[in-house]
Design a protein around this ligand. Structure first.
Ligand code: NDP
Length: 305
């Protein structure tokens, strides 16, 4: 689709004009984002039933982190209705958005901005996406689950906050770098409200780990073929299911190990789709469950799956 065209940049935003309702994603890099095909497929379907969506279009812009404040200002001045933020803007944007939705505050990151009279309102739909994906692909609830979460970066923080908000039974977080793990554990303490939260090194799982846990990979280990496993599933007591947030490649070595051990597992494509559908709900008022099927088809097609 639009990936064949040159990727628009801040310079294009300076002289931007669009007669309809414009949405966009800002990222660095942004060239391979699946959000434009997903959203435009959903908008095309909505337009078939409701003519007001015929003038809606979703664009992408390559925005360097240093340029994010200017890009947000320009997008507002040029009349954009909503913005998605992806790597590396989700945390940086918090300082530049006047109003942060209460649900996004504990995450400390926003991925969805809704135009307000003078600025933007920030939301985070990644937690919704994770919960919906785990339910859809694995038939499991975060609520009441023992969760073993791998990683201590932005995605792990969002996942941890969602697990705690949904009152998981316990949360066990493993990360390669102890310092980053300790920083995350400190940040989570105010939101634990009685739920046991523990940290451990991925190569030394503690004997107290619960069996039947839901394992969630929120590390980037698995994006490249040479990456190590984020954890050896053989060291965990009978995990019930494995969810890997990575969706490209579709089968990481963690998922291959889960399959070979007959542990139900899923990649992160459904999470991407559901967080996108929730963003569109914030902008359009159309329930996410109505647009997610079209987004899923478009995402699969864009990945060549
Ligand atoms: P960050 O850069 O913030 O964090 C990366 C994490 O991965 C850190 O915990 C880091 O550990 C760990 N890590 C990186 N390389 C390795 C390695 N070789 N071995 C072990 N651990 C490693 O990234 P994000 O949190 O933003 O993203 C993490 C992943 O989640 C990405 O793959 C991203 O694509 C995916 N994601 C998927 C989404 C979806 O919708 N499906 C949504 C958001 C993210 P350390 O602290 O030691 O450096």
């Amino acid at each position: 689709m639009s990936s064949a065209r040159p990727v628009p940049t801040l310079r294009d935003l300076e002289s931007w004009s669009f007669a309809g309702t414009a949405l966009a994603v800002f990222g660095h890099p942004i060239g391979h984002s699946l959000s434009p095909p997903m959203h435009n497929a959903a908008l095309a379907e909505l337009a078939r039933a409701d003519a007001r969506f015929a003038s809606w279009e979703y664009f992408r812009f390559e925005v360097h982190p240093d340029d994010l404040p200017r890009a947000l200002e320009l997008a507002h001045a040029r009349g954009f209705h909503g913005i998605n933020l992806t790597v590396p803007h989700k945390v940086i944007a918090v300082a530049h958005v006047r109003e942060i939705d209460p649900s996004a505050r504990p995450v400390g990151a926003v991925n969805t901005l809704l135009r307000t009279a003078g600025n933007w309102q920030g939301f985070n739909t990644d937690g919704y996406g994770l919960n919906a994906a785990v339910q859809e692909t694995l038939g499991r609830q975060l609520s009441g689950a023992h969760v073993i979460l791998l990683g201590a970066g932005g995605a792990a923080r969002g996942a941890a906050v969602e697990c705690l908000a949904r009152r998981c039974a316990s949360l066990w977080i493993a990360n390669r770098t102890r310092q980053n793990l300790d920083a995350l554990l400190d940040q989570l303490r105010p939101f634990a409200s009685g739920i046991p939260v523990h940290g451990f090194a991925p190569d030394a799982p503690p004997p107290q780990l619960p069996s039947g846990a839901l394992v969630i990979n929120a590390t980037s280990a698995g994006l490249r073929p040479a990456d190590p496993l984020p954890i050896d599933l053989g060291m965990l007591p009978a995990p019930a299911a494995v969810f890997d947030m990575i969706y490209n490649p579709a089968r990481t070595s963690l998922l291959q190990q889960a399959q070979s051990r007959r542990i139900p597992c899923s990649n992160g494509l459904a999470m991407l789709v559901h967080q996108g559908a929730k963003s569109l709900e914030i902008w359009s008022g159309v329930p996410a469950t109505r647009t997610s099927p079209a987004m899923q088809i478009a995402a699969r097609a864009a990945l060549g799956a």
